[in-house]
Design a protein around this ligand. Structure first.
Ligand code: SAM
Length: 228
């Protein structure tokens, strides 16, 4: 198994993540449809689903005619993704690898890399960006969604009024880089490693690697970057 703090913690929480992914409204009714709209017509395109989890995005893309490779650092999630693709009779290649070391994936072999809610979790983000750049064809695009860094600092929290209603969201320590263990929801039995990096870190690695920023939408952050 590709072993670092991100892949280890996600592998330990894999089954809880699958249950969460199956029923989470943000994922299924907001994040997934929005990403599919950003991707547009994918028929015939070679797409890498980076941090594919149980493979829900990969299956949607394969059903729309894309040639899909799913990569995840969790062996357990890759096993479930393979089972689910088989059950759906979809031909998807799955590889268990760390996003920051995509050995086995050839240079310039994908038209699109889609990283849906995964790049905020990887331990070595700059290396993952270099790997994305390596496997994209010239002109190829990275489409990524992450939790918005403005709101992910670990000390940030809702401030409630006397009746317990949500009043304001307090943000502090925005420029502190941090990694900590946290349960995604109360239903998770195992924590995962969560990370906070300011937006400038996300953007700097992409610019240094030679990507060109195409689109940005706040709250959840969707970005379109082009290899030039
Ligand atoms: C929040 S989940 C998102 C999964 C999927 N993209 C989705 O939206 O359903 C984050 C995923 O990133 C994967 N991941 C975290 N760190 C990784 C790394 N360094 N290399 C590869 N995958 C990683 C986890 O195993 C997990 O499947």
């Amino acid at each position: 198994m590709p072993d670092d703090s991100s892949t280890r913690s996600w592998n330990a929480a894999a089954d809880d993540w699958v249950a969460h992914a199956d029923e989470n409204d943000y994922r299924n009714f907001f994040l997934l449809p929005r990403m599919l709209r950003m991707l547009g017509n994918v028929a015939g395109r070679n797409i890498l689903d980076l941090g594919c989890g149980e493979g829900g995005y990969s299956r949607e893309l394969a059903q729309r005619g894309a040639r899909v490779t799913g990569v995840d650092g969790s062996e357990r999630l890759i096993e479930i993704a393979r089972e689910r693709a088989r059950a759906a009779k979809l031909d998807i290649e799955y590889v268990c690898a760390n996003a920051s070391a995509l050995e086995g994936l050839r240079d310039e072999s994908f038209d699109v890399v889609m990283a849906a809610m995964s790049l905020m979790d990887v331990e070595d983000y700059p290396a993952a960006v270099r790997e994305v750049h390596r496997v994209l064809v010239a002109g190829g695009e990275l489409l990524m969604s992450i939790t918005h860094p403005c709101f992910t600092a670990p000390v940030s929290h809702w401030v409630r009024d006397a009746a317990g209603g949500l009043e304001v969201f307090a943000v502090d320590r925005y420029f502190d880089r941090a990694a900590w263990e946290d349960q995604i929801t109360g239903r998770f039995r195992t924590p995962v490693i969560r990370r906070h990096r300011p937006l400038e870190d996300y953007v700097a690695s992409l610019l240094e690697t030679g990507f060109l920023l195409r689109v940005r939408i706040p709250y959840f952050l969707f970005m379109r970057w082009q290899k030039v």
